[in-house]
Structures are given as structure tokens and as C-alpha cells.
Design a protein around this ligand. Structure first.
Ligand code: PHB
Ligand code: FE
Length: 349
């Protein structure tokens, strides 16, 4: 049996240039004039999107859906910034996207047993650049001045009300992705007050001491070290894994978490979670039906493998540090779908 060795493009080498070049004014974005609340309505295929002071509305030929607009903006922010991520980004139990790395499924009720049985579900496959431009246009238009969808609710303003300014600086923020490792010459660097990243209010007890590194002459380009906890204590965003080290397909993606993961992530590969501080409760459901599978309470020091056939959402009662370990190989979804690799990375017997 031969494996396809030409790896498909995968999320975690997101095309940063393509994300930066997403064009909300592109002719592939369909929008109407502003509504009574000052916001544009948008359409993509047979889906249409609108917002008022409190809610986002999604309409498709067989149904409609309403979400609190703060939750909608937090979810669409992740979808845009992560270029549709690995597998499925459920905005909630009904609406979301599935990444096929070049095209994206836009769906409603597709991974919801009740919607499927009632035949209310709908799905359309769209070219990635078109949904990227459309979602970028939506988040720019629907985000008011003072609301940052990446910030914890305690550290940002309100998403509600009539159209009032914008927060383009926040919503077009690029995810931190080291090429090799934070701290190496020419790569992402540790954070400091000076670079605009003060220590977060929940991490004032975290040591800011950095390791002393003395590479032998000739190895300065290859040897570096940094304090991961000090680095994370200065993160200004929540639920936004950054890539701090890369070893072939092995990506270390730590993140700081507070309140609720704004998406329910449907995996297309397994992921390892190492809880570095504090505590997160994970609600784990069957990926395709939404049926409950487990509640996982991860305390500092706990390690969990999240299988490829689940979806999960985390709840972090105070800011916590989580290390997500991803295998970025583009071959994995097919190896799992074809049954060559099990959905779980380890069996405890
Ligand atoms: C995940 O879906 O695995 C995930 C996403 C964002 C995070 C943490 C975990 O911040
Ligand atoms: Fe996940």
C-alpha cells in the first residue's frame, strides 16, 4: 500500500499572506446596504447573514438560526484568524464550517442529530478565498469600537448596540506562528512590557525569569531558550493557540484560556492537551451527532488525548495556561477516515 506523500496543505501552516490579503471589498463578497441598525447583511451561496443590536441571524433554504452576537463574533474571529482550523469549527450546536484545506463546507444542522432527522440541515462547499473574504467582511462590519472578540469578556467592551465605529486593529490581528522556535534569531521573540505585552492580571505571580543560554560559537543561530510561562503570562488574547515551536509536523501550540472556548471544535485528528496551570472543564461530544461522550476536568499537570471523532468545548473559570500539541501532517484525516489509523492516539488497557 502506498501513502500519498504529497501532503495536502493544512491549517497550521496557514497562508499568512492569504489571510492578510483577505479582501472585504472584493467583488466575491455579496452584501446589501446597511439595515436599520447600521450593519450590512451578507450572503454566501444560499446562506444569508444579518445582525441587529443583540443577535446574529443565519438563514438557509430549510431553516434559520439565531445566536447572541458576541458569541457569533468570537466564533467567526477564530474561523478567520485560523483560516478555518483543523476539521470542524462549530459556532454552536447548529452552524459552522468544515475545512477541506482549499475549500470549506458551510453548514447548518449538519452535525446535529435532530436537524438531520427533521431534514432541516443544509451544507454548501465554497472556495476558501471566497469564504475568507466574506467572513472577513462580516467581522469587520459587525465589530464595534471597543469590542475585541479575542479578549476575555472581563477585559473588553460590549459587542451590542447599533453600529458604532470599528475595531479593525483587533479583528485583523495575525496569529503568532514561530517558524522554528520563539527566541531564535529572526524568529518570534519573547514578550515584554516594552513590546506592548504587560503581565496579565491573573498571572502576576508568574516568574519572569528567563533562562541564561550560552551557545558555543557557531551555534548562536540554532540554540535558544525562553520561559514559556513568562511568555504566556503576557498573552493579550484568549483561546488562540500560537505556534511556539515547530519540529517537522509536531507543533507546540500553547494558549491562555478564560471563560468559554468560543467554538465547539470537531477534530479531524487527535490532539494532546497539557494543562499547564489552573483548570479547564471540557465538554466532549460525538463529532457527528453531538451526543454527549464525556466531561473532562483538566487540572494543572493533567494530560489528555482528544480523539479525532469528537468535538469539544472548554470552560476556564480563571485565566489558565494550556499547551495544545498538534500533528500538522496533511495525511492524517485520510488515514483516519480510511481506517488505517485509529481515532485515538493511545489505548489504555
Ligand atoms: C481545540 O479545539 O483543540 C482548541 C482550540 C483553541 C484553544 C484550545 C483548544 O484555545
Ligand atoms: Fe480541538
Amino acid at each position: 500500500m502506498s501513502l500519498n506523500t504529497a501532503a495536502a496543505p493544512t491549517h497550521a501552516e496557514p497562508d499568512a499572506a492569504a489571510i492578510a490579503a483577505a479582501d472585504p471589498d472584493s467583488s466575491d463578497v455579496t452584501s446589501t446596504a446597511t439595515n436599520a441598525h447600521g450593519y450590512h447583511n451578507f450572503a454566501l451561496g444560499e446562506f444569508s447573514f444579518s445582525r441587529d443590536e443583540y443577535f446574529a441571524y443565519v438563514i438557509w433554504p430549510t431553516g434559520q438560526h439565531v445566536m447572541s452576537v458576541d458569541a457569533f463574533l468570537r466564533a467567526i474571529q477564530r474561523d478567520v484568524a485560523w483560516d478555518f482550523f483543523y476539521g470542524i469549527v462549530n459556532f454552536d450546536g447548529v452552524f459552522g464550517t468544515m475545512n477541506h484545506y482549499g475549500t470549506v463546507d458551510l453548514f447548518a444542522g449538519r452535525y446535529n442529530d435532530a436537524y438531520r432527522k427533521a431534514e432541516l440541515d443544509h451544507m454548501e462547499n465554497v472556495e476558501t478565498p471566497i469564504i475568507r473574504d466574506t467572513f472577513t467582511a462580516i467581522i469587520k462590519d459587525w465589530t464595534n469600537e471597543g469590542f475585541d472578540p479575542f479578549a476575555s469578556p472581563a477585559e473588553t467592551g460590549s459587542a451590542f448596540g447599533p453600529k458604532s465605529g470599528n475595531n479593525d486593529a483587533a479583528v485583523t490581528r495575525q496569529r503568532v506562528t514561530a517558524a522554528r522556535m520563539v527566541g531564535l534569531p529572526g524568529d518570534e521573540q519573547p514578550r515584554s512590557d516594552g513590546s506592548g505585552f504587560p503581565v496579565n492580571r491573573h498571572f502576576v505571580d508568574v516568574s519572569q525569569e528567563e533562562p541564561q543560554v550560552n551557545p558555543e560559537p557557531g551555534y548562536e543561530d540554532r540554540v535558544a531558550g525562553f520561559s514559556l510561562k513568562a511568555y504566556l503570562s503576557r498573552s493579550d488574547v484568549t483561546w488562540n493557540p500560537s505556534v511556539v515551536s515547530v519540529c517537522r509536523d509536531s507543533l507546540m501550540c500553547p494558549t491562555t484560556e478564560e471563560y468559554i472556548l468560543p467554538i465547539i471544535h470537531g477534530n479531524d485528528r487527535s490532539e494532546w492537551f497539557i494543562q499547564l496551570s489552573d483548570e479547564i472543564t471540557w465538554e466532549v461530544e460525538d463529532r457527528d451527532t453531538g451526543r454527549k461522550r464525556a466531561t473532562v476536568v483538566a487540572k494543572a499537570g493533567d494530560v489528555a488525548a482528544m480523539p479525532a471523532d469528537i468535538r469539544h468545548q472548554g470552560y476556564s473559570p480563571k485565566r489558565s495556561m494550556l499547551l495544545v500539541w498538534e500533528n500538522n501532517s496533511g495525511e492524517i484525516p485520510e488515514l483516519i477516515n480510511s481506517g488505517q489509523v485509529k481515532p485515538q492516539p493511545v489505548d489504555f488497557e
